[in-house]
Design a protein around this ligand. Structure first.
Ligand SMILES: NC(=O)c1ccc[n+]([C@@H]2O[C@H](COP(=O)([O-])OP(=O)(O)OC[C@H]3O[C@@H](n4cnc5c(N)ncnc54)[C@H](OP(=O)(O)O)[C@@H]3O)[C@@H](O)[C@H]2O)c1
Length: 332
């Protein structure tokens, strides 16, 4: 496993981190707790230390499962969670109503809110669910306009002084918003959508993070599974798996993606790895992309994530992939 600094903090995090969204079940057609626990433990034993979760993932469930999985190995883990999506109050900016199908018949009204007292309450709840007394990386999940960024950053800096969080990050933020945070105190990371099929940050957040010596954590680096080779046109998704309704997972798009992946397979084979690992390695070799967060649901996928951290691609291979991506630019 390769490790890189998490911004200007003294924390070294594995280039491949574990993403615990699917583990919360919601929007992913459910999850099996024992399988999830064993996936996390397998990844950590294999050298993955970065584990990313959020309160909203399964409305607390992902954090509870992560907390259970890291009991006894807490010190080996760089634990990242988030704040700013709340469902216990109607404050801030309305974000969405949850889909009741995946969370036992309940619908939650979710708001984006980063007020000082709310962040403190959220952190206390996360610490309880994660069964720990500090978070390594605390990130604002989505940005909102009702609370000035300066006030949010002051709250985060106080939490850092109090020893409850070790590093501060943002997610789904623009360079302009990050500049406002940075004017109050140092940001260590930015977490954004980035994969072979989602490259818009190459023109903005990636160079910004590089210049500011911040870590860039790529989320959904497997395009939610489309880039793994397992999303064949025949695959049926479980009830409550949001992918079923996405244009990205239309049968035609999956067919095109499979054609492209077959053309990429020889590159993966040269490295003795699979397509998912090639997609992860391609991302963390891109300029400015310091880490990738790979969503896993079982220990087999965790082992693949571990092995991806060993892959070293040549520039010519990155170029080969880029040329195939241009040829298949109709894939959404
Ligand atoms: N900040 C944000 O707003 C935000 C948004 C999205 C995600 N994230 C973070 O980023 C993490 C990763 O993103 P993601 O979970 O959306 O998607 P992803 O990492 O692109 O894809 C994960 C999915 O791919 C499949 N998969 C994983 N490894 C595989 C392997 N070796 N072989 C075959 N299939 C494999 C699994 O689904 P199946 O087995 O069901 O196919 C898995 O759930 C999240 O868990 C979360 O921590 C953050």
């Amino acid at each position: 496993m390769q490790y890189r600094a998490l911004g200007k903090s003294n924390i070294e995090a594995s280039v491949v981190g574990l993403g615990a969204w699917a583990i919360g079940g919601w929007m992913w057609g459910g999850a099996e707790v024992e399988q999830s626990v064993s996936a996390i433990r397998t990844a950590v034993e294999g050298g993955v230390n970065l584990v990313d979760t959020a309160p909203i993932y399964g409305f607390g469930e992902s954090e509870r499962v992560v907390g259970r999985a890291i009991r006894g190995i807490r010190e080996q883990v760089v634990l990242a969670t988030k704040c700013g999506l709340v469902w216990d109050r109607e404050r801030g900016v309305f974000a969405f109503d949850s889909d009741e199908k995946s969370i036992g018949g309940k619908v939650y009204r979710v708001y984006k809110y980063l007020g000082a007292e709310s962040i403190r309450r959220e952190l206390e709840s996360s610490l309880r669910r994660l069964d720990t007394d500090y978070v390594d990386l605390y990130q604002t999940h989505w940005q909102e306009e009702s609370t000035p960024i300066e006030e949010t950053m002051e709250t985060l800096l106080k939490l850092k002084q109090e020893g409850k969080i070790r590093a501060i990050g943002v997610s789904n933020a623009t360079p302009e918003q990050m500049r406002r945070y940075q004017a109050v105190g140092p940001l260590d990371s930015d977490q954004e959508l980035y994969s072979m099929l989602d490259r818009k940050h190459e023109g903005g957040n990636l160079p910004f993070c590089r210049e500011q010596k911040m870590a860039f954590l790529a989320y959904s680096p497997l395009a939610r599974g489309l880039l793994t080779g397992r999303a064949t046109p025949e695959r049926q998704f479980e009830e409550g798996d949001a992918r079923a309704g996405m244009a990205r997972f239309s049968v035609e798009n999956r067919r095109r993606a499979q054609d492209m992946l077959e053309r990429m397979r020889p590159i993966a084979e040269r490295h003795g790895c699979g397509l998912a690992q090639l997609a992860l390695a391609w991302a963390f070799h891109q300029p400015g992309c310091s880490h990738v967060l790979c969503g896993v649901r079982n220990s087999g996928q965790a082992e693949a994530a571990v092995a991806a951290g060993e892959v070293v691609l040549r520039e010519s291979e990155q170029a080969e992939v880029d040329s195939l991506l241009r040829e298949f630019s109709d894939i959404v």
